[in-house]
Ligand binder design. Sequence first.
Ligand code: LLP
Length: 420
Amino acid sequence: MPLPAHLTQRNGELYFEDVALDHLAQQHGTPLFVYSKAAMLDALSSYQRGLAGRDHLICYAMKANSSLAILQTLVRAGCGLDIVSGGELERALAAGCAPERIVFSGVGKSRDDMRRALELGIGCFNVESRSELDTLDAVARSVQRRARVSVRVNPDVDARTHPYISTGLKGNKFGIAHGEVLETYRHAASCAALEVVGIDCHIGSQITESSPYLDAMDRVLDLVDAIEAAGIRLHHIDFGGGLGIDYNGDTPPAADQLWPQLLARLDARGYGDRKVTIEPGRSIVGNAGVCLTEVLYTKPGEHKNFLIVDAAMNDLPRPAMYQAFHRIEPVKPRAGDPAIWDVVGPVCESGDWIGRDRALTVQAGDRLAVLSAGAYCMSMASNYNTRGRAAEVLVDGQTTTVIRQRESAADQMRLETLLP
Ligand code: LLP
């Protein structure tokens, strides 16, 4: 199977751009996340090509990977940011994002978060319930600002993805049900401190087909027809994120293929003049990162062979949470017949696995690269078992920059106090 872009085998070693991964692991220790700037910018440019010539804003969904240097790279390349918490708002600012290029998503924004975002003048709140609308109106009045809002609608389409990351179906907590959207817009338009500017939808994540997007577009545009017929003008249409990546032979449409199709529908329905906002996360950073880990022990057994590595579910939570598949490749492949291994971490849980039944030729001390680890790994990492979070390195050609130091035990205990 071909390797993700900018990851190559050279002289029997795995390289990210022009940097040997084994050397990086030796220098900085493991587990270590390594990102390729070129891979990130290539993924972004596919969207930029797909939306070229249109009034658009690509708000990178920073929940996928919110490390400051990653945000900074994408902001410098023209991205706005999609945030879901007050913490993400502060990160967005720290990374240099202009507040008006921020959209604020999520079902549970706090009053404090709303206030701060209003004072900064963010671009848009994507509102998910009637009571959130009322709270936002009240908070905006209290700080004498007007909140620009979109209502997140639930188009009730099946994104055909993992149930935990499917968000556009009726049974989900997300968005406002189709039948209640018009009434919600009427209400929003009547709130003095709210300014209705758009409509928003996001149907799920790791979507590997075009059809859910095309269906959602049709359903959203039906709503736009009705809302505008009621005299409420929508300046932008936000189609969320969700485009999948290739983890294991998956074949999602490329952004520069999908978007021309979606724009053609917009044109056909008479909305070609509207600004298009999108919130991609995984598809920008997912295949731009790997996690390097060292084999601590080999533990062959009667029923299973285990490779115990120094990365764990606290670093790479996706297999434990979603039974997700990440390819695992030796950083310096060695000759010999492979054995079948379960690759597991040191955490005291049977759920702490990274890959199952993998054919690998390895010995203790070898290093492995867990691929497609740029999205929803570091940003979901925890300190379970008091494991410090991994260090991160950004590669740009031959240049490497440590963008996050390894977390120490002292870092983890900093906010705690012993009893007197
Ligand atoms: N916009 C909204 C409102 C979202 O909820 C999400 C993701 C995105 C944009 C970005 O979606 P993306 O382009 O990254 O698919 N932790 C899970 C994924 C959770 C996605 C949550 N929402 C995983 O590791 O697969």
